[in-house]
Design a binder for this molecule. Sequence first.
Ligand code: KE4
Length: 438
Amino acid sequence: MAERQATRSAKLFARAQQVMPGGVSSPVRAFKAVGGTPRFMKRGKGASITDEDGRTYLDYVMSWGPLIHGHAPKGLLSVLTKTARHGTSFGAPTRLEIEMAELVRSLVPSMELVRFTSSGTEAAMSVLRVARAATGRDAVLKFAGCYHGHADGFLVEAGSGAVTLGVPTSPGIPKAAAALTLTARYNDLASVDAVVGRVKGGVAAVLVEPIAGNMGVVPPEPGFLEGLRALCDRTGALLVFDEVISGFRASRGGAQHLLGVRPDLTCLGKIIGGGLPVGAYGGREDLMRMVAPDGPVYQAGTLSGNPMAMAAGLWALSQLSDKLYAKLERLGALLAEGLSESAHRAGTDVSINRVGSLLTVFFTNQPVRNYDDARGADTAAYGRFFQAMLAQGIYLPPSQFEAWFLSGAHTTDHVDTTIRAARKAFKVAARGGSAPTP
Ligand code: KE4
């Protein structure tokens, strides 16, 4: 759709900026990296989403990953309606939390004990607190381009919205906090050895997205995760998998099941809440027993484990099936092949990384295996591509450094429509110049 027809969104955006920084509740939604007016959405159904101007789009953001079953699935709505009748939050233990923790542990056996939070950020910051308490060490190693939420220690060479907006290391982080976060290069074990080797007494944890999604999708190369496991065993550091994106997405048991590497601790988010705010962390029992009130490591949350979120999560996880993952794999492969062929025919250089239903189209003719490679992509070309797809009713992540998400509600017809739209959009991308806002 042309910008001129996004009038209601434009008016709402102007109003929103009067009362909210950037007019949004999370920076990447503001379209800063791709230009134009962010579409204010009013409803979603299945694989589609509709904005305030009544324009419906095929959605590949899917709320940044939680909606593996699509928007507003019937079963979820009835579960939420039923649950809400009995109250939305008690601030007291409920049976639903036990059922949810037992289900998470059955799907992700390395999570011997589980604690629920209300976001992936909370889960990631809490799991690091456990790792630091357990090892008595302060320094933590993360990977450039990976994103673990917005807690102070994580916003060092961070991916996702941080790199999108050009602030991978945010101001406002105390120097002392940033100094405790060391970074290495993804898929480069030598860089890990070099960094960890310089830390007197070793690091508390190696924190990694086992399938990176926040520099765009970058899969681990064979041996990378295994190498991290061995390094942690050798040095007494704890291996922490941030599976907020890959959890229940890469497989029912997440990336750790798909790739066969067992971390000491894991954090989860997105799909686990079925579209409601849920995060979780967990891992080895000896470590998790350190969490209050069993142990001294304090972490808490007013709405942690609330019945509405637990009911949504239980429904979402209970609907995960081999059939769903087979469909997601098939659609993901079809989409990636079709996009690659469309780009080639348009004479546009792209490098497509995909794992199952997660993919990113990088505007570069080089393979993308780490943050430096990703940042070599032509973000202006991506912006033109994004706008040309939006104009044809395809809603992509408004950043080169994010993942596209498929859901069980997507179909082969949706994929065919997307590939047809891409044929035109790749030509627009190839034309050069700044991203047009049609
Ligand atoms: P939340 O606090 O946003 O629930 O989770 C933070 C987080 C932690 N770990 C990983 C691997 C993540 O991808 C995220 C959040 N992902 C971004 C999108 N790449 C959320 C979108 C946004 O910030 O608006």
